[in-house]
Design a protein around this ligand. Structure first.
Ligand code: NAD
Length: 251
């Protein structure tokens, strides 16, 4: 039996075909969930939803930096599907900048999507979950938050992802009495398209040298952890940060 039979999950930023969100959405669907894929482009989100196993999945446009769009998306999903049980705040962007290269627009872009977006999309579902006294949130942070970058993203990305960890823990504390669990995943170096062709062979070799398991992670490696945190398997876990990094940060 599937671990998410009858559950409804929203996964943000999940249209990217090789991304962590898409792999998570697919694994959730394989475990019986109805999945709503949101991303910037409606057609791409719909195409990703159509690609999932099973029936009834949805694709929707939602820019997570837009609070009204997040609330409208949550309302539309609840109206159409009746409820939301799980939210994966996966939408994120990164930029390989050094500290003095970070311009105001870089800071805004990276903190807005990763951190503000996580807050807004979760806020959009909290009233619904308070009514139902249940909910599970999985936030995508990063090993960059824990070790101060050193993989690909610059200091503004580390700061945004560290912000996601603080937000995760504070929301976990505040929402626990409402039966809502909030946890974070800290992926290490995972082969996806987030590096947008900017990862050089030299950078790649350097990162791989620091991974005890000797390989980059796969999107499926992260999806498995998301399934654990989203499902009742992790029913007594809240406010946790789970490392999925091949041992690249053993602490
Ligand atoms: P990806 O680039 O493949 O996918 C990210 C998705 O987010 C894209 O589909 C993009 O369109 C979407 N997105 C961007 N801005 C958005 C916005 N404002 N609103 C809604 N959607 C938006 O990246 P990925 O590697 O799959 O990363 C997924 C998450 O995991 C991100 O939060 C990322 O920071 C995090 N992460 C990735 C790695 C890695 O090595 N790949 C490591 C640690 C953390």
């Amino acid at each position: 039996m599937g671990l998410l039979t009858g559950k409804i999950a929203v996964v943000t930023g999940a249209a990217s075909p090789r991304g962590l969100g898409k792999a998570t959405a697919k694994l959730f669907a394989e475990h019986g969930a109805t999945v709503v894929i949101t991303d910037l482009d409606a057609a791409q989100a719909q195409a990703a939803a159509d690609d999932l196993p099973g029936e009834g999945h949805m694709g929707m446009a939602c820019n997570v930096t837009d609070k009204e769009a997040c609330f409208a998306t949550a309302a539309a999903v609840i109206e159409k599907l009746g409820a939301v049980d799980i939210l994966v705040n996966n939408a994120g962007i990164t930029q390989p900048l050094k500290i003095m290269e970070i311009a105001p627009e870089n800071y805004d872009a990276v903190t807005d999507v990763n951190l503000r977006g996580t807050l807004y999309m979760t806020q959009a579902l909290i009233p619904h979950w308070r009514e139902r006294q249940t909910g599970s949130v999985v936030n995508m942070s990063s090993v960059s938050a824990q070790r101060g970058g050193g993989i690909f993203g610059g200091p503004h990305y580390s700061a945004a992802k560290a912000g996601v960890l603080g937000l995760t823990k504070a929301m976990a504390r505040e929402l626990a009495p409402d039966g809502v669990r909030v946890n974070a995943i800290c992926p290490g170096f995972i082969a996806t398209d987030i590096t947008a062709g900017k990862l050089t062979d030299e950078m790649r070799a350097q990162v791989l040298a620091g991974i005890p398991m000797g390989r980059a992670g796969t999107a499926d490696d992260v999806a498995g952890c998301a399934l654990f945190l989203a499902s009742d398997l992790s029913s007594y876990c809240t406010g946790t940060e789970v490392d999925v990094n091949g041992g690249s940060l053993i602490h």
